[in-house]
Design a protein around this ligand. Structure first.
Ligand code: SAM
Length: 272
């Protein structure tokens, strides 16, 4: 790009390329480390490093999620750090936090475990809500754990969360009051939309049927004698998981629905 472009001109070109003026502005704000208001009030300023900006635009045109490009994601009204290597948090996971939060508060729980912490959003939010809560958060993916640790640091809750690279809770002998998880729960042959191809596949697929990891977590909760199990799940997994929990002797299960009214998770009480 030889000609000097103003911010206004660069935004106009990028908006056309992306078919989306808001995203063009978000990418430019991220590139310049400014906010969108600054762009509006400085739109005649020449853009330095237009190649750098249009490289971001090209990534977005190739359907890379904007959160990975800007390295930010909004979740539960907060801004978290994200980059490729961990699943981008989804708004419905706020509901799992709300359900867990009610029980942690009413039962005064002290120690919880999160399996599959990813970017750490669940553990970090709960640590923020409950300054006396101790959380052990695991993941098999070291890149995700690095992102989770960075989020814990940014929110100042690193002393409350122990991050451990392991499968499920292997090698951890502590007792927990509650196990929480938003595990991978998509069936292996489910056709993914293009942007999902950018996310770690072991954060998405839960096995042949999809609910294999959830069943494993139910077994672990029973074997460890925890009082509560709180999990997110797929919209079509309620009946098989309800049956499975009954087989395991868990009769107190409350399923909850997401913002679109689909079954999306459950809280099981294993022991009063
Ligand atoms: C759907 S993502 C959820 C991430 C984050 N908790 C959230 O809600 O956005 C599932 C996470 O589980 C992790 N995972 C998959 N299998 C696991 C296992 N056997 N043990 C621990 N973590 C696992 C993946 O690496 C991924 O980070």
């Amino acid at each position: 790009m030889s000609r000097t472009l103003s911010i206004r001109e660069a935004l106009k070109t990028a908006s056309k390329e992306l078919g989306n003026a808001k995203e063009a502005a978000l990418l430019l704000a991220s590139h310049l480390e400014r906010d969108r208001l600054w762009l509006m009030t400085h739109d005649q300023v020449p853009l330095e490093d237009p190649e750098g900006y249009f490289a971001l635009v090209s990534r977005r045109k190739a359907h890379e999620p904007i959160e990975y490009i800007t390295r930010k994601v909004s979740f539960y009204g907060e801004e978290f750090f994200i980059r490729p290597g961990a699943l981008i948090p989804r708004p419905e996971t706020e509901l799992l936090i709300d359900r867990a939060r009610e029980i942690i508060a009413s039962e005064k729980l002290e120690r919880v475990a999160e399996i599959g912490t990813g970017s750490g959003i669940i553990a970090v939010m709960l640590a923020g809500f409950f300054p006396d809560l101790q959380i052990t958060a695991t993941d098999i993916n070291p890149e995700a754990l690095a992102i989770a640790r960075e989020n814990a640091r940014r929110f100042g809750v690193e002393a409350q969360i122990t991050f451990i690279e392991t499968s499920y809770l292997e090698g951890i002998n502590q007792k927990f009051d509650m196990i929480l998880s938003n595990p991978p729960y998509i069936a292996r042959d489910f056709p993914l939309e293009k942007p999902l191809g950018y996310e770690p596949q072991n954060a998405l697929f839960g096995g042949e049927r999809g609910d294999e990891i959830l069943r494993e977590i139910i077994d672990i909760a029973v074997a460890r004698g925890v009082r509560y199990l709180a999990c997110e799940m797929g919209y079509d997994q309620r009946a098989p998981l309800d049956d499975y929990m009954h087989e395991k002797g868990i009769d107190q299960v409350r399923f909850y629905q997401d913002y679109s009214g689909f079954d999306r998770g459950f809280i099981a009480t294993l022991k009063e």
